[in-house]
Design a protein around this ligand. Sequence first.
Ligand code: AMP
Length: 435
Amino acid sequence: MTTFDASPLAPSLLQAIQEMGYQKPTAIQTAAIHPILQGHDLIATAPTGTGKTAAFSLPLLHQLITDWQRPRELRTRALILSPTRELALQLHQTIEQLTAHIDLTPCLIHGGVPSAEQIRTLRPGTDLLIATPGRLIDLLHQKAIKLDETHHIVVDEADRMLDLGFAPDIRTLFEPLPTKRQALFFSATMPPEAQKLAQDILQKPITLQLETDDPFTTSIHHTLYYVEKNNKFALLEWVLNQHPQERTLIFCRTRRGADRLTDRMDRAGLSVAVLHGEKSQHLREERLEQFRNAEVPILISTDLAARGIHVDHISRVINFDLPSEAETFVHRIGRTARAGATGQAIHFCDPTEKKYLIDIEQSLSTELPISTEQPYHSEQIKHFKGSAQTGHRPDKKKSNTSKSTIPRWQLSSKQTQQLHAQKPKTAKRTNPKKK
Ligand code: AMP
């Protein structure tokens, strides 16, 4: 499928995607839409930012429209499970756009807000419900919703769900579903735990795996700066002054650190928003929206925003603090250079973070390019023995032998250029028959 027009999707959906500016399906959309339309269960592994939302939503909505039946009281015909409120909101926004010309309103429920309004919305029955697992289970226990007529279910960002400990909740939510159902399992990575869960809850699924690659051959340009801790803020100002208009996401390791940095930036007259778990849901949404619609060009965040949150055109990610885990590093940099764009990832490393840098470089079998062309460069950190194990930056050959547990799921530059043309690496059909 090289264009959407060649797909059997309903004209109202085609009109919506045209208005959203989608000209051609991305690789995961090309691979997933057809089997989903045929009614198969699916396990799809694809990097974030490659168009997964539309890959499952378009064929799902098509089925809901063509087989339209009024949902009964307390029932939902389709359910999309999302690990976090932010992602659920994002899914809801995209699906609202996709349903612009359809008489079908997606419904959203998540924790962190009172449930009375949600209960009222669910009562007459809904076509499509987007939910976080915790709140949905609460409402199930309160008998505010029943899943016995939910014939379509999507588990989005499954690996994240497992990280957050939602595996038992997902199993619980699958119990009341009818046997005749379609279940779709989307994940950026597929660790054994996720595979096991998928095997247990899906029925003869088709497996799609989008080709994965090294995060360091991508369209992300990396720069590492060695800087003493007390010079970090001055370096940040210097970096931001280089290209002031760029949409920038700055990561701090702790909530306090994020608040402190926000205060300093406010005092310096820079327009920033801050996002972290201690802020109320309402504030978090408001800040994200301000960043999304470019009211504020800089968002400071903890790792709350490292995964899954999609904001268009983030051209720069700055690790003001390096993360302590390589996996988080990969997720953070994945916020830029999405959907075929290019991006910059800038990493500050102070002496206390040298150990993290060494671990990240070892795990990812790479060496981040150091730039000394900055006013606060600290040569000592370069030679600092930050890790008890190695005491130096790993050389590439040596580190290649290290056992990396990091998923290599960023698109390579070639893949990124070919985002819309690329074929998935494997499109293994374990169930070639139509259900
Ligand atoms: P997702 O992986 O679903 O978060 O999508 C990542 C970004 O790609 C979002 O901004 C989508 O709006 C965008 N996108 C998804 N599908 C397409 C497409 N076929 N053409 C252009 N952009 C797309």
